[in-house]
Design a protein around this ligand. Structure first.
Ligand SMILES: [Fe+2]
Length: 546
């Protein structure tokens, strides 16, 4: 039975009816969570939908009215993929815009817009960078703002696309924004839990619109899996109550790959790359789970050394550094991924690509706490919070890093990463998330710049600034810059996203900030601009604020 023409017109009143007869016997079902696309190639792109029937048809066209359909086909949906349909469409032309949709017996899905990666000489690339979208913490104004723009080629998501935490923990019930509740109520542990959490996040109109209008390339951080994950465990995974860690990671990864419109390189691997003609190679890494060694805990690894009789702080620090922190065997990426990264940089340079854009999870630049940061805490702050900031001051006073879950906790691995960038004379920009604040770092090795970094800016999750309320505007930022000379600029106040424009001459970063994500009204976005020059011979120039 052909789909009645009338129902198609009813479902998509603005679109012309397709010219070709539709395949027979399409299932009745609903398109429950919009459409999405991602991981563009020069000749293809992944398209995605969720359909509650057995089989849907799809088509991709050069025009919005689907008069020039270039590919079409059918795809099955099933409970085993949570009814998510992913199609790897090939046979497309490089560097052009396409429109796509899915069809069931009851009509069409919304029409999605995507684009393929360009080939050959390419003059510009504009990417939007997001991380850390915690739904009950507020509205996704950053997603809505980017979705409404017509000048973004690709969305890069550095992770914390969802949060696995139970309702009422992060945020607490008192902090949670009304009307932004998540399902399930409990922490996500099983495959079904993760599926429910994705379905819950994808009720957000801004997120659906971003997915509908731009191709996405994403990597997970810890909260798509479990808080502070590493290769064989996580701070917040308890095997006694939550089962085997490997089972949980497998469930979280399956839900992620089912719901995200991205390529799955196989198993738990997410590292991969996307080429943008001769202008850039976007290298997506897993600095979270795939190969990462366990995070160091000062309480276990360092405090006992300090407490040892006869050892003063200086010698305790020296032995901790030598034996633990600087241990050259400590890895962030794992050996296989490090080798792949080296080969991928070399191949990009061999292709003559101007930029190597590295999307990964956590802050790479060293971060020392300002020596007097506790003065920015108000009198009534909890003793736990005061202790946490005081510990940061103490660590920094001893020349030790503040956040051991970031690259700061893996200095030998960071050194190898920057050495690879320097060795290949990569023009490398490192992008990340995780911290919920926004950092523009000049990354140096042996006193020479090896790469630059633009990290973070959360969509909603609160940053380190939250308790630091005893500060005049700009005071937190000035304190952090004072303690970290390689930090060119930071924002410890706003939520938002970055639009990064790459050319052969340089990169201009436009940080779009929203002062209130608790209000459903976004207000005007404040914009900060930074730029850095490109160089194939010596790596990128330092960040300059404009
Ligand atoms: Fe986060």
């Amino acid at each position: 039975m052909n789909i009645p023409r009338r129902s198609l017109l009813l479902a998509t009143p603005l679109a012309a009816a397709p010219r070709a007869a539709w395949p027979q016997s399409l299932s009745a079902g609903a398109f429950t969570h919009g459409v999405a696309s991602g991981d563009p190639l020069q000749n293809g792109v992944i398209i995605w939908t969720r359909f509650t029937g057995a089989e849907a048809a799809w088509e991709i066209a050069e025009d919005e009215s689907f008069e020039r359909v270039v590919q079409r086909g059918r795809a099955g949906a099933s409970l085993s993929n949570d009814f998510c349909i992913k199609v790897d469409v090939r046979g497309l032309a490089p560097g052009r815009r396409y429109y796509y949709r899915f069809l069931g017996a009851r009509g069409a899905s919304p029409t999605g817009v995507t684009q393929t990666a360009p080939a050959g000489e390419v003059q510009s690339l504009r990417a939007a960078l997001f991380s850390c979208a915690n739904m009950p913490y507020g509205y996704f104004h950053a997603y809505a703002h980017a979705a409404a723009r017509d000048d973004i080629n690709i969305v890069l998501h550095a992770g914390d696309y969802i949060y696995e935490t139970p309702r009422g923990r992060y945020p607490t019930e008192a902090e949670a924004v009304a009307g932004r509740a998540i399902e399930p109520i409990r922490e996500t542990v099983t495959l079904n839990d993760y599926y429910q959490r994705y379905a819950s996040y994808h009720t957000d109109a801004a997120l659906l619109e971003l997915r509908r209008t731009k191709p996405i390339a994403a990597v997970w951080d810890d909260h798509e899996l479990v808080d502070n994950a590493w290769r064989e465990g996580a701070l917040h995974h308890n095997e006694r109550y939550e089962g085997a860690y490997a089972d949980r990671i497998a469930a979280a990864a399956k839900a992620y790959f089912d719901w995200m419109p991205i390529r799955a390189p196989g198993g738990l691997r997410i590292y991969r790359h996307i080429d943008w003609g001769n202008l850039a190679r976007i290298i997506l890494l897993d600095a979270r789970q795939f190969g990462r060694d366990q995070q160091i805990d000062y309480r276990r690894a360092f405090a006992p050394r300090l407490a040892q009789g006869g050892a003063d702080a200086v010698s305790a620090v020296a032995s901790f550094r030598r034996e633990v922190l600087d241990d050259p065997s400590r890895t962030m990426l794992g050996q296989a991924q490090e080798e792949w990264f080296n080969q991928t940089l070399a191949a990009s340079k061999a292709r003559g690509q101007r930029w190597q854009i590295i999307v990964q999870q956590v802050v790479m630049g060293a971060q020392a706490a300002p020596s007097d940061i506790t003065r920015l805490l108000p009198a009534g702050v909890s003793s736990n919070t005061r202790r946490w900031f005081a510990a940061g001051e103490q660590a920094s006073g001893l020349g030790l890093p503040w956040n051991l879950d970031a690259w700061d906790g893996y200095p030998a691995a960071r050194e190898r990463f920057l050495e690879a960038c320097a060795h290949h004379r990569a023009n490398a920009l490192v992008l990340g998330g995780d911290s919920h604040n926004c950092w523009a770092n000049n990354l140096e090795r042996d006193g020479r710049r090896a790469a630059i970094e633009f990290s973070g800016g959360s969509v909603t999750s609160p940053g380190v600034e939250r308790p630091l309320t005893n500060a005049a505007p700009g005071e937190r930022e000035a304190a952090l810059r004072g303690a970290n000379p390689h930090l060119a600029w930071c924002d410890l106040t706003h939520r938002g996203y970055a639009a990064l424009t790459f050319s052969h001459a340089g990169c201009e970063t436009e940080w779009r900030a929203f002062s209130d994500v608790r209000s459903p009204r976004a207000g005007a976005a404040q914009t900060t601009r930074l730029q850095a020059a490109a160089s194939n011979a010596a790596g990128p120039g330092a960040w300059q604020t404009l």
